[in-house]
Design a protein. Structure first.
Length: 818
């Protein structure tokens, strides 16, 4: 612990912030605006974290403890200041001291830009994992790329999405420490030559293009924990400031272009989520991250333990977050074979005992496979290693499944001129994990069944989780305090304690307080909506929120069509009783995903229609919130009455937003998919609104064609009406073709499968379930009883539980004993 910690009392803290203003910025307090006060506060916190980080590193060295390296192309960290203050138990002190300095803590906290180095679920999960790993005192390091531009900023202009670069580093990243002395070199291209030296095959790599990888470490605190782990971010830096040969020929511009090209590698995060484009630059990024990380791991290992690599699996476990960092596997083989001169078999043994893998999606378009014509020239040695792994795999498969050509092809790493990344992981990793129980079942019985049959013990399902510190204590402090006032504060680290809240569901006073806090959160959100969307919403209306990436399988479209249906009913029957509702959407679409963008346009068109029609205005409002990110989620989730989790069954691997809403006491309307299945089990089916086709039923629909869609279109008049509104009437006033593509995809599909996401099939069940929700909302005792139970039953979804399970089944780390 830092002996001179400024966190002794308010006076020392205040002095530290004022000192920072002086020593870092040469300013007196009187001349410092909120921005500088934010920076000074963050620097004070950072100092403390760095002290603890150094102590942690020292301790790890003494203990020779095993570490997990969690490699991920994405870490969606969001803001850090408030979270660090909370973890260090300094929230009250900061609030008071900043007040004395003449600023509001909330204002200061919001100055920090989000670290948006991720798309959605997979990236946010990685961030929650770091929080839990550290809180639970496990030695862990996150590894990713220091993208200069994170996920794009979304603006909605004339109802359409536009993208703006997210230059989050504009004012520097306060939290990181640059470590120039630990740079690593990553090689691309060139040619390889095999030569025999003293009876041993040596591989020489000629003419590679070498790019420096510069590490930046970003300290990660845990709740009340002494440990400080860190996230390592690699930045690409060209070896040459300029190309002298070209420069000397007078080609000034050309002489720096190569440099720009090298540094492009860490320029921008790919914005596709479950809908990727196979671009060469992305492949370069994946190898850059993998190679820098593995070279570093081996270097560190040698420093500590020498060259006894057989020990590596006892000291290091590497977890790859989906297939994106798969090249770490052949990269480790390369280093051990070519640089450390180990034999193939011992290398294979080490690698297969070191790597574990989690799959996050069953969407076929998101399963990575790279064309050989891209991979081989970019990474010739890596390719030759993959080829050898594949060769040996095929020999093995031929023994296990003799002459089953089809199976061999399906299981091969190299087939159809592509490198199949999931198969490389399946053939190599000692643990293969799905992210919810349904998802794991689908992997084991379906997608990865052939591999699961060979080694079933490698396959497991560990359900995702979320950190309670950020996703309730920080974002909904009043609710958190209310819970603590009843059951003590242990539940924040001991998730099982949360169920002690269950009896309070029957306590009318408690329910009243619970509701009161929701109303306050709704008021805050309503003010935000007024400011940003200029829409007035009714605080007593039910706030129905769907916030997640935009993808057809997540079915924002189903939600939109239901709103249109409600609109029609009100117009048709204006005097009928109606539960007032505010529908709130927040979603980014990948810039190249045309239909997803079109769905955003449709939702905004529906919003415009509904919000400007005085006939429905006291009953219905629709809001599309711009630029969904972690910070907006922190405001949105605590204000939700109803959470929409309505993916096509079998498609959403887990979902984690669903858990965040549940924890904050929103009820869920959802399909029986991903972690919704487990939510149902935890809270009881009477306290969640499940509708629609089940995963097996969806599968049947894909197998056989039928007239189901056509028949529904003909027989269900209200559905018919809504579908026709996509082509005719006020929604398409200016452009009759605006939503024709959506209409076509619903009725005819893209590849001859009509309604590929079951929007038409699930429409009626969804409408009926929404009707039930609306009725229940009017019965306050019933509603708030369910709401409290949702919070009380959310304990299982703590990422602390997830991490403890990963550790028991896969990592086998020891908690630091201080
Ligand atoms: C791959 C190759 C090239 C470019 C991009 C990609 C790419 C990037 C991101 C592919 C997929 C992703 C993201 C996937 C993702 O976020 N999956 C979500 O993971 C969550 C955590 O496990 C689950 O809760 C969600 O159900 C799942 O959709």
């Amino acid at each position: 612990m830092n002996p001179n910690t400024p966190f002794q009392n308010k006076t020392t803290l205040k002095k530290a912030i004022i000192d920072k203003l002086m020593t870092q910025f040469g300013k007196n307090l009187e001349d410092a605006g909120p921005e500088l006060i934010y920076q000074a506060s963050a620097l004070v916190v950072k100092d403390e974290l760095l002290h603890r980080m150094a102590a942690t590193n020292k301790k790890d060295k003494e203990d020779a403890s095993k570490k997990v390296y969690y490699i991920s192309m994405e870490f969606l960290m969001g803001r850090s200041l408030a979270n660090n203050i909370l973890n260090l138990m300094q929230s009250d002190n900061f609030k008071k001291v900043l007040g004395e300095l003449g600023v509001y803590i909330d204002e200061i906290i919001q100055i920090e830009p989000d670290a948006g180095l991720g798309n959605g679920g997979l990236g946010r999960l990685a961030a929650c994992f770091l929080d839990s790993l550290t809180t639970l005192e496990y030695p862990a390091i996150g590894c990713t790329i220091r993208y200069e531009y994170g996920l794009f900023k979304q603006i909605i202009k004339d109802g359409k999405q536009e993208e703006i670069p997210d230059w989050w580093l504009e004012n520097g990243n306060i939290w990181e420490v640059k470590r120039t002395d630990e740079k690593i070199q990553v090689s691309f291209g060139g040619e390889i030559e095999n030569i025999w030296v003293n009876g041993k095959l040596k591989v020489i790599h000629h003419n590679p293009r070498i790019i420096n990888a510069i590490p930046y470490d970003f300290p990660v605190s845990g709740y009340k924990s002494k440990r400080v782990n860190y996230l390592r971010l690699w930045q690409a830096q060209s070896m040459e400031r300029l190309n002298m040969a070209k420069f000397n020929k007078g080609l000034y511009l050309e002489s720096i272009v190569d440099r720009e090209d090298d540094e492009l590698v860490s320029k921008v995060l790919y914005p596709e989520d479950n809908n990727p484009e196979g671009k060469k630059l992305r492949l370069k990024q994946e190898y850059f991250l993998s190679s820098a990380t593995i070279q570093w791991i081996i270097k560190e290992f040698k420093k500590k333990y020498g060259s006894d690599f057989a020990k590596l699996p006892d000291k290091v476990v590497i977890h790859i977050n989906d297939t994106h960092p798969t090249l770490a596997i052949p990269e480790m083989m390369r280093i051990l074979l070519d640089e450390e001169e180990l034999e193939w078999d011992e290398t294979w043994d080490i690698v297969t005992n070191t790597f574990a893998f989690t799959n996050h999606t069953v969407m076929s378009e998101a399963l990575e496979s790279w064309p050989i014509y891209l991979l081989q020239p970019l990474l010739p040695r890596i390719f030759s290693i993959i080829k050898e792994i594949n060769q040996r795999l095929m020999e093995k498969l031929n023994r296990i499944y003799p002459n089953d050509r089809q199976k061999h092809e399906y299981m091969a790493i190299l087939s159809n001129d592509h490198v199949n990344m999931p198969n490389l992981c399946l053939a190599t990793c000692f643990a293969i994990n799905g992210v919810s129980s349904l998802h794991s079942q689908i992997l084991i019985n379906d997608l990865f069944a052939d591999y699961a049959r060979i080694k079933p013990e490698k396959f497991m399902g560990i359900t995702n989780g979320i950190t309670f510190r950020r996703w309730i204590d920080h974002c909904n402090p009043q609710l958190s305090s209310l819970i603590t006032s009843k059951i003590g504060n242990d539940w924040l680290i001991n998730y099982k304690e949360l169920e002690k809240l269950k009896p309070y569901a029957n306590d009318p006073d408690f329910r009243r307080e619970f509701k009161f806090i929701r109303q306050k959160n709704k008021r805050k959100l309503a003010a935000y909506i007024k400011e940003h969307n200029n829409i007035e919403v009714d605080l007593d209306s039910m706030f129905i929120v769907q916030a997640k990436r935009l993808h057809e399988y997540k079915r924002q479209l189903l939600n939109g069509l239901h709103i249109l249906y409600l609109y029609n009913r009100i117009i048709e029957n204006p005097d009928k009783a109606f539960t007032p509702r505010t529908f709130i959407f927040a979603a980014k679409a990948a810039p190249g995903y045309t239909r997803a963008k079109n769905i955003i346009e449709l939702i905004n068109a529906i919003a415009k229609l509904v919000n400007n029609d005085p006939r429905v205005n006291d009953k219905l409002k629709v809001v599309f919130l711009e630029n969904y990110n972690v910070s907006i989620a922190e405001m949105l989730i605590p204000a939700a009455d109803l959470s929409e989790q309505i993916s096509t069954a079998g498609k959403e691997a887990s979902g984690t937003g669903n858990m965040k809403f549940m924890l904050n006491g929103a009820l869920t309307i959802g399909s029986y998919d991903g972690a919704n299945v487990e939510m149902t089990k935890e809270v009881g089916e009477e306290n969640i609104y499940i509708f629609g086709l089940r995963a097996e039923e969806v599968k049947e629909r894909y197998k056989y064609s039928s007239n189901e869609v056509k028949e529904l279109y003909i027989s269900d008049y209200e559905l018919h009406q809504v579908l026709e509104q996509l082509l005719h009437g006020p929604l398409v006033e200016n452009n009759q073709n605006a939503f024709r593509d959506i209409y076509q995809s619903l009725l005819f599909g893209d590849y001859g499968i009509p309604d590929p996401y079951m929007v038409i099939r699930d429409f009626r069940p969804y409408v009926e379930m929404q009707r039930k929700v609306a009725m229940d909302y009017l019965d306050e005792d019933l509603w708030w009883r369910k709401a409290v139970l949702n919070t009380a039953c959310a304990g299982f979804f703590s990422s602390d539980r997830t991490i403890e399970t990963y550790n028991e089944l896969i990592w086998h780390l020891e908690k630091t004993k201080w």
